[in-house]
Design a binder for this molecule. Structure first.
Ligand code: MF3
Ligand code: CO
Ligand code: CO
Length: 267
């Protein structure tokens, strides 16, 4: 399959799915406190998506080639977990950092977004800085999106910002085209060279979702077949939005009332 171009009507439907995904994160935010488990957060999000939003949680039973069906409705990646953390019964602790990744399907179209949450009031300076710089990495990537540019411009901007701040970029997982399918072409690398890769065209829709490690870039997979962790057990952070290429630049399709704004004063 190749990169599909979405019509204005398609993008209107993706705006709806995207906003709903963002609104799940708005909804769950007050529940992310010490003592709650990621399985409880999963159940709350699942019920909200199905019963309140009337949409489908895309992760549940999602089974790309070579994977077991994903058993839950959200991903919850804590501390040294990089992505695809499978929710479980362990309570969150003060000082944890957790990524919650939500993908909705509404009217056949997908919206995919994730945020970092600080658990309790005692998160280390190092963890806060990693979370903040990773959010900046997301936005330097988004800011590089414009028609006529290249996907490599996005990766290069992210890599430069992460490495300049002493962090490393996970290479094995990337952003992705999205639309009627959860994962479509193109692959959106979070590293690379300006001018490389496919040319960006109005109507392309893809996610940008950098995974940034405080230590080395290497990862490993847990025996559950899904959860990815840093090999050196250093902290990892991730933020994600779904982006449409517009005639003048970009539109973020996964904004909602509680979304963090673009950080001020980015390069
Ligand atoms: N939401 C993830 C992404 O951003 C993918 C999760 S796949 C799942 O691409 F099966 F783990 F949900
Ligand atoms: Co994604
Ligand atoms: Co996601």
């Amino acid at each position: 399959m190749s990169i599909t171009i979405k019509s204005p009507e398609d993008i209107e439907k993706m705006r709806v799915a995207g906003r709903l995904a963002g609104e799940v994160l708005d909804y769950i935010e007050p529940f992310v406190k010490p003592g709650i488990s990621s399985a409880e957060l999963d159940k709350l999000c699942h019920d909200y998506m199905v019963n309140i939003q009337d949409c489908v949680p895309a992760p549940l039973n999602y089974a790309p080639p070579g994977y077991q069906p994903y058993p839950k409705s959200i991903c919850a990646s804590i501390n040294h977990q990089v992505c695809h953390g499978v929710p479980n019964d362990r309570p969150l602790k003060k000082g944890d950092i957790v990524n919650l990744d939500i993908t909705t399907i509404k009217d056949g179209w997908h919206g995919d977004t994730s945020r970092m949450f600080l658990v309790g009031g005692e998160v280390s300076i190092l963890a806060r800085r990693l979370v903040a710089i990773t959010h900046e990495c997301l936005w330097v990537g988004i800011s590089a999106v414009k028609p006529g540019g290249h996907l490599g411009d996005v990766g290069a901007a992210i890599q430069r910002h992460a490495e300049k701040n002493g962090y490393s970029v996970v290479k094995e997982f990337c952003g992705h085209g999205i639309g009627r399918h959860f994962h479509e072409e193109p692959q959106v690398l979070h590293y690379g060279k300006r001018g490389d890769g496919p040319r960006l065209e109005t109507g392309m829709v893809f996610t940008i979702e950098p995974m940034i490690n405080a230590g080395k870039a290497a990862i490993s997979e847990l025996p559950d077949g899904w959860t990815i962790v840093t090999k050196d057990r250093s902290l990892s952070a991730q933020w994600e939005h779904t982006i449409a290429v517009t005639a003048t630049g970009y539109e973020v399709l996964t904004l909602s009332a509680g979304a963090q704004p673009k950080p001020a004063g980015l390069p």
